[in-house]
Design a protein around this ligand. Sequence first.
Ligand code: AMP
Ligand code: ZN
Ligand code: FE
Ligand code: FE
Length: 286
Amino acid sequence: MTPAIDLHTHSTASDGTLTPAELVRAAADAGLDVVAITDHDTTAGWDTALAALPPGLTLVRGAELSCRWHGVDPAVPLHLLAYLFDPGHPELADELARVRAARQVRGERIVRLLQADGIDISWTEIITAAGGGTVGRPHIAAALVRANLVASTTEAFEPDWLGERYRLPKEDIDVFRAVALVRAAGGVPVFAHPRATRRGRIVPDELIVELAGAGLAGLEADHEDHTPTEAAHVRALAAELGLLVTGSSDFHGTHKTVRLGAHTTAGEAYERLVAQARGVTPVASG
Ligand code: AMP
Ligand code: ZN
Ligand code: FE
Ligand code: FE
């Protein structure tokens, strides 16, 4: 039987709604053989996910790094999945801490903008609900839903709300620096949803060619934000550049509708990924 491998999920350590322990249990219940925990800009969920690992499930420890490409003006934000890196690597850990701190400042500024327009939501309440997890727009979206100002997270991300009008840039990591740091920390960098046009601007293929030369290991092709045509394009580009291809759910609990295992990664690509890792290893339970 081919294993079910989902390499991109979020917990309450960032903007997911299941705790890391609940996440690994849900992954086992969903029939997954391998799951990666990839919270935004943090490794805070790793230990509790490991401690709760159910029998038969393998945990891949990772993170999704907030990056930016400065090759055009304004710079383009993008996400880099980083797998099996050493979480104690000082420069990488410093960058993650810096981005998390900047997310707090930015989140509060977004809330102040909303409040200035008479929208009654509370930053303290949002921070409390985030429970120490990396703060992101989904936490603000949840507050808008709780206040009955929008009907759903999806609506909260429309242009009149967090998608554009109340969207502020983050302080991200330069993407070339991020790829270099992930490799330096023994990790494996994979470009997350590179053609997700529905989320905003995307980068040109030329950048991906450059990143492949700079140490990028793979591209995430199968993702709910890619149309079949976009996924096929990513797969063809990966083949051309000798990069591995991943697929994943990008599960966020009830902050999104996608289910665990909605998209998966082939065993062969997973093996190639693990073979490149020098930071930490996948952990199998039972
Ligand atoms: P942030 O990192 O604060 O800029 O927020 C971006 C996060 O919001 C992404 O990682 C997704 O989890 C989520 N997100 C982005 N667009 C949407 C959308 N249209 N609907 C629901 N969630 C979204
Ligand atoms: Zn997210
Ligand atoms: Fe992402
Ligand atoms: Fe994600």
